[in-house]
Design a protein around this ligand. Sequence first.
Ligand code: AGP
Length: 614
Amino acid sequence: MCGIVGYIGPKKAYPILLKGLKRLEYRGYDSAGVALISDKQTLNVYKAKGKVSELEAFTTEKDSSGNIGIAHTRWATHGEPSSLNAHPHYSSSERLALIHNGIIENYAVLKEKLQAKGYIFKSNTDTEVLIQLIEYIQDKQDIDLLTATQLALGEVIGAYAIALLDKSNPHQIIAARKSSPLVVGIGQDEFFLASDATPIVEYTDKVVYLEDEEIAVIRRGKPLKIVNLHNVECPHEVQTVALNLGQLEKSGYPHFMLKEIFEQPNCINDCMRGRINVEHTNVVLSAVIDYKERLLSAKRFVIVACGTSWHAALIGKQLIESFCRIPVEVEYASEFRYRDPVIDSNDVVIAISQSGETADTLAAVELAKSRGAFIYGICNAIGSSIPRATHTGSYIHVGPEIGVASTKAFTGQVTVLTMLALTLARAKNTIDETSYFSIVHELNNIPDKMREVLKLNESIAELSKIFTYAHNFIYLGRGYAYPVALEGALKLKEISYIHAEGYPAAEMKHGPIALIDAEMPVVVIATRNDLYEKVLSNIQEIKARKGKVIALITKGDTIISKVADTCIELPETLECLDPLITTVPLQMLAYHVAVCKGMDVDQPRNLAKSVTVE
Ligand code: AGP
């Protein structure tokens, strides 16, 4: 949520910052801005409402000189998207400029205090309050900027990742974090700063991840210095990031989302690599082996997550309960963190998060940890906050996901949850050998079956044209297919802005059936499984009310194909693995409907990739 970039070194800062902002635009894109200390030692701030391209156009005629700068792409929290509210914000004297991710929760109190001292605010943001506070403390106490920043941050309640420029010290960037990620890249006589490593990797693979309440003093020609709020020097580890540039480009696809949908077969292979043996007879998640006793002695599992990751959690619940016979509860992290949950050292809490930075999920982890629970993370972004806050866990290894609508991360999460359930069940002896071998074997076939599904892309694109003008959609599924229905509906909502709801198919008659008429498209996941006949009856009920049924069926099914209006035929697999297959056409359907409607698929309105605020 919001992107931060910074540069100091021998090169011109502006092009590096602009490119970095474009790479980070998936984090927020309602306005953008840049601050540069120019060759003439002026502190220039340029801001524009809208995407980074608007900022670029606005800056064309301006002085963009300078070898030091900070830049920001915003997802509005306090104050509407506008150039006034865009970051960077100047201090009163315009000596300092600040960019900020996160929320200063006590900004109103601090603002009142400053207003009483005569400070005037130009924007509605909490960020402007912080920069004014820093300048006020510095001027009043006649201290250096680092000390003033430490004191100001000591007064702040909330979350922040900040970067600060001072025109009277043109060789230094001050950056700090609390509950919002910040990475320093270390190059040859140059430093980079960013809210994640994506804008840094084309210059250096050496990075330092700041920890909470750490402040980085980044100076040209001097080693990186990291201190805490009390000015105690903090040791830091230089890490090597393994991202490559190709992962951050569209590689010929019109959108990142389509590229990521098509990457799924390879991603699932990457996710399983080294975890399933070459004979395809055994699954091992090292974290489960390392913490076997702790995991097996748990009285129950609680899975916390948000959005798409929460849908993966619902599938995880069914997998773990059915293979391992351990009770599993699934909670929205945002609810869990505030409802004083009954949780203790007998519980294992699984936190699922693609970004590893979701504020609600991170807070749920901290809460569960403070009550003694054992925490297992399932994340994608290596080195992000959630994996660092957990006791152990498994990465999904699907590579960076840039499209705001999550696709490959979902199937990666479901794959890891499947392997987790299988490894635990084997260790607990709750799964019979025949089932275990057939599931492991079939899991290995999933990437090829996904490739088959991807061949339907053209026909799904055609089908999507019919539904471009629909105002509502219903998605139905039962058992493992119910979370898939929820996920299909979420994908459509997020990128096409068509209202869509997912329901367990049998629940339809308890209310939603009232919505069915000849205008209502109903997507039904009706592949062959134990509940097939029941789902068939649900389809009949929809058809009796003239609803338009789009059914996902198993290849060769001649029964539903006679009843449904349209069928999407999918390769057969085991019921417990069916979500890995049925999710893919729903991603494609959402994608093509959104494209037909001319929507900004990769950066849908009001959303951001990584929700680091509440
Ligand atoms: C998915 O398409 C979403 N954009 C959103 O629901 C997302 O899954 C949610 O915000 C959780 O994110 P996380 O997995 O990074 O924690």
